[in-house]
Structure formats: C-alpha cells, structure tokens
Write a protein that binds this ligand. Structure first.
Ligand code: LLP
Length: 413
C-alpha cells in the first residue's frame, strides 16, 4: 500500500501528507500515488501473462491526462464512453487501435470522430447499428465492431451499478443476437470482430465472471460458426476493491483465474477495469471546518463534500476515513459531512473517531475512481486540484477551477 500510516502520520510513497498539506494549503484536493497506480495495472498484466489478452482501462473512472499517460506507457488500451473521452485518450497518446468506444447512446458526431480515427466500436442496439452503418458509409472506410451482449447475470451489487441484467438499458439480449448477424452479413463495411459484455461494478464475487465467460464463449463460437471473423471476447470491467479494508478481497489474478479455462482458444480476451486500477491509487484530502452536535448525532464538518466524492451520497458507498496525523482527544461516533446545502451531503456515517481540532487534515481513502470523474459544481463550488506523488516528488496534475471558470457565459445581458 502506497498510502500508509507511520506513527499515526499518513504517508503517500515517500512523502508525509502533513508536509504536502502545508505546501499545497488549498483544500480539498485529490492526491494520487504513481507507484500504486503502476502496481494496480501490473497486477492485471501479471494475471494475464502468457494469455492472448489486452487491458483496456475504462477512462470513465478517472481521465486525468497524466494518469492516462502512465497507464498508456504501461501498455494499457482505453475504453471510452464519450467523444471527449476519445479526445482525451488521443491527447494522452493512446493508439486508436487500442481504443473501444462503448455506450448505449452514441451521438452521430461522436461516431464520426471514432470512425475517422478507426476506433473499435461497440454496438449496443438496433438503432446504434444503423447509425454505425450510416457513418461507415459516410466516411467510406471499414469499421470494426463488437456486439455488446446483455447476458442477464445478477452481479449482487447496488442496482445503480448493475448493467448486465435483463431489464437494464445496456446491450443486446442474447436471443436477438442472430438478427444482428443477419443485418451485418450483407454490409462488408461494418466488420464484426468481437463480442462484449459488462456485468456491473464493485463486484466482490468473481464467480459471476465464470458464468459470463461460459455464456460469451458459446456466443463467440456461434458467431464463428456463422462465418464471422470474431476475434475479441471483451468481458468488461467491474472488479470491486476493498473499500471496507477487510484485507481479504479478490485480486485481478482471482478474476482472470475464474474466466481462464472457459475462453475459446482463438479468442483474444479484453478486460476493461477502471476502479481496480485507479481506486486505491487516490485519496481526497480535506480540512476540518468544525465539530457540532445536533440531537443525538455528532458531526465533523469538512471542506470536502459530495461535490468531490458523490459515491457515499449516490450509492450509500463506504469509504474509509481517517486523519493525516495523530489526534489525542475524546473518541465519539461522528458523521463526516460537507458544506453542501443538502442532507445527502456526507462522506461517512457513524465513524468512531477522535474529536479533531479545527483545521485538522482528514483523508477519505480509495477516492481515485469515480471521485474527480463524478465531481460537480453544485452550489457553485469549484473543482479542486489534483496532485500526484511519484517517489519523493509532488506534481500538480490538474489545477483547481476558479470562479472565472464558472462564468463561461457573458455576464452582461
Ligand atoms: N466497462 C463498461 C462497459 C462499464 O460500463 C464500466 C463501468 C467499466 C468497464 C468499468 O467498471 P469498473 O471496473 O470501474 O467497475 N459511478 C459508479 C461506477 C459506475 C460504473 C459504470 N461502468 C461508482 O462510483 O461506483
């Protein structure tokens, strides 16, 4: 772990976070560890060693360009869900052939951009396929596509992050797949090269990936039997991380181990993890504004809030919370809340913590995935800066927004 406590002081790699806080001064901010990011990616590379396989990092989890360059240099490809993610991946130097554009509602201009660069495209529905055929004709070049299958597998996660169940808005139900093959057969400009599915996110039990690999392997073989040059089997992302800090949690090796024996020999496996690569590589650092009590609840009020980390408010998600240095005062049960004008604004509930003095540094762990990526300007708050530690170096990798960034429309009428 690259974020660790030594004598009660939080460190990120070789740097003390208390020192970083003194240098940075403006809170809240996100803090990432380059070493942790590399370790997390390398865990996938090792798990896949000797296999015909590729990792396509899911940019939606965190698309900071510096982090993207690190991952690209380690050999990652990219999974995208918007034209702007595509632009960001290009800017970070990903080769278009190592990118997959995925989504249930791709706009025509986004499809054009993907087509012009020769990015792999996922087909999500009948209308999506028709749009892709139109775009292939407009650019008059062959486009390689994967069909996104809705496998109807229950991943046992919060309903908002389950994506592969029967009534979900994503993908194509297996029984309708043959219709897509019939539609593609007479259209040589759109070439079917693979199949895709994504079960959901924060998955703790890797046995569901075994079910997915078995089903998708059968569909892969059916596609080949029908004469298509199907090569890629993309089984999505979704491996959870140990937010609760239990110490026992499935690793990328467990995930790949669950699927390995079930993949057709001629398939190139693609996995598209997001959280399990960036989640533990980032934290959110806040300052305590004060402590208060209402009714029978005690609150620590920080300058960080749901606008920097929406996951607790949106999914009731648990993120471990602590202080960046030892605090020797009465331990009480606190809710950790922000300044946003909304009772859903909390970072943690019912945590046993010492009573912090005003100004104390507070850390919310595992904020690297879907932290900045889901941040907002609610209450006209400005998005904070992002910093990266690499060994003993501290780099700002995105500046904080300013009030001027919020006034993009002319103020005079
Ligand atoms: N591939 C596809 C098609 C996806 O839809 C997703 C995530 C991923 C890969 C990456 O999943 P991961 O490995 O990061 O679990 N905002 C939520 C997560 C939403 C995930 C959406 N799709 C959260 O904060 O938990």
């Amino acid at each position: 772990m690259q974020f660790y406590l030594r004598d009660g002081y939080l460190y990120c790699e070789q740097l003390s976070v208390k020192d970083i806080l003194e240098r940075v001064s403006d809170t809240p901010f996100y803090l990432y560890s380059a070493a942790q990011l590399r370790e997390n990616f390398t865990a996938y590379a090792h798990a896949l060693a000797g296999m015909n396989a590729r990792v396509f990092y899911a940019l939606k989890a965190n698309s900071n360009p510096t982090l993207l360059v690190i991952l690209r240099e380690l050999g990652s490809g990219a999974t995208l869900v918007s034209g702007n993610e595509l632009r960001m991946a290009l800017r970070a130097g990903f080769a278009p052939g190592n990118m997959l554009f995925n989504g249930n509602g791709k706009r025509r201009d986004e499809l054009m951009l993907a087509a012009q660069h020769g990015v792999l495209l996922n087909v999500d529905s009948e209308f999506d396929l028709e749009h892709i055929i139109q775009v292939a004709r407009a650019v008059n070049r062959p486009l390689d596509v994967l069909l996104r299958v809705n496998p109807d597998i229950r991943p046992d996660v919060h309903p908002y992050v389950a994506t592969g169940m029967r009534n979900s808005k994503f993908g194509i139900r297996a029984e309708r797949l043959m219709g897509f093959l019939d539609r593609l057969k007479p259209v040589p400009l759109v070439r079917l090269v693979g199949l895709h599915c994504h079960l959901g996110s924060t998955i703790k039990d890797v046995r569901v990936f075994r079910d997915a690999a078995a089903l998708m392997g059968d569909l892969f073989n059916a596609g080949r039997d029908r004469g298509f040059d199907v090569r890629y089997l993309n089984l999505g992302g979704g491996l959870g991380i140990d937010y609760e800090r239990t110490g026992v949690y499935p690793t990328p090796a467990d995930l790949i181990g669950a699927m390995r024996g079930l993949l057709p020999d001629n398939a190139t496996l693609i996995v598209e993890p997001g959280r399990s690569i960036v989640g533990s590589a980032g934290v959110l650092i806040c300052r305590v504004l004060g402590v208060k009590t209402n009714g029978d609840r005690h609150f620590i009020v920080t300058d960080g809030s749901m606008t920097e980390l929406l996951r607790p408010s949106l999914y009731g998600a648990y993120h471990h919370v602590g202080f960046i240095e030892p605090i020797d005062d009465e331990v009480r049960t606190f809710d950790i809340v922000g300044p946003v004008c909304e009772s859903a604004d909390f970072l943690g509930k019912a945590r046993e913590l010492p009573t912090p003095p005003e100004g104390a540094g507070l850390v919310v762990y595992d904020a690297g995935a879907y932290g900045y990526a889901m941040s907002s300007n609610y209450n006209l708050r400005t998005r904070p800066a992002e910093y990266l530690v690499d060994g003993d170096r501290l780099l700002q990798i995105r500046r904080a927004e300013t009030f001027d960034d919020l006034t993009l429309t002319p103020l005079s009428l």
